[in-house]
Design a protein around this ligand. Structure first.
Ligand code: GRF
Length: 206
């Protein structure tokens, strides 16, 4: 069982627009939410996610894979950066890198990712495109604890989103993202306020 502090400390990792990050920044303004974003980390410069952190007065850092001799060195550096903020929860919100063993050893029971399909269908970075190409009628978003696989960890929550006949990748992606942001805010709040247990593949919130 991971017991949340009175106000849980969250580090959010991003690689892009950071709309999920923004939803968390907005929610955490309310002290009753039970958490605050103490830092934002990225794997690249020049992204809107970092601008959103700055606008909210939240410290940020960038660890680029190419600045390290090996992927393991990058993983160690990322782990150190995140650990410095003593997070109760780390959230990958559109972070386009798989972390390595050192990061998972440090944060494996408290590292969440949000994915834009109903896992285990359509893992990877082109989820909505793959769902559309397959012709499914329902897709959605999945919040899960990250393990060593790609989009394979224990699931916290899922939300279903319809695929409409005239959808293209962009319209479907945006419909999923609206539901995904609501789910993220709701579920992260629940986790930090109530705690959680991970037993095998099963996540339980008391
Ligand atoms: C989310 O839909 C997430 O599922 C996917 O990338 C998107 C990130 O969006 N992996 P944003 O950067 O939070 O706007």
């Amino acid at each position: 069982m991971t017991e949340p502090a009175s106000v849980a400390r969250i580090v959010v990792l991003v690689s892009g627009s950071g709309s999920n990050l923004q939803a968390l920044l907005d929610a955490t303004v309310d002290p009753a939410y039970g958490a605050r974003v103490v830092a934002v980390g990225a794997d690249r410069d020049g992204i809107a996610g970092l601008d959103r952190a700055a606008a909210a007065g939240v410290p940020s850092f960038v660890e680029r894979v190419k600045d390290h001799p090996t992927r393991a060195d990058w993983d160690a550096a990322l782990t150190k950066q995140v650990a410095a903020y003593r997070p109760d929860l780390v959230i990958s919100a559109g972070f386009l890198k798989l972390v390595g063993p050192e990061f998972l050893a440090a944060f494996g029971d408290r590292y969440l990712n949000t994915h834009n399909t109903l896992l285990p269908a359509f893992p990877g970075i082109h989820g909505p495109r793959d769902a559309l190409a397959y012709g499914v009628k329902i897709t959605g978003a999945t919040l899960f604890f990250v393990d060593a696989g790609m989009d394979t960890g224990p699931i916290v929550a899922q939300v279903a989103v319809p695929v409409l006949d005239d959808d293209d990748e962009e319209t479907l992606t945006e419909r999923i993202k609206s539901a995904e942001r609501r789910q993220l805010v709701e579920q992260v709040g629940r986790l930090v306020r109530e705690g959680w247990t991970i037993t095998g593949r099963k996540v339980t919130v008391p």
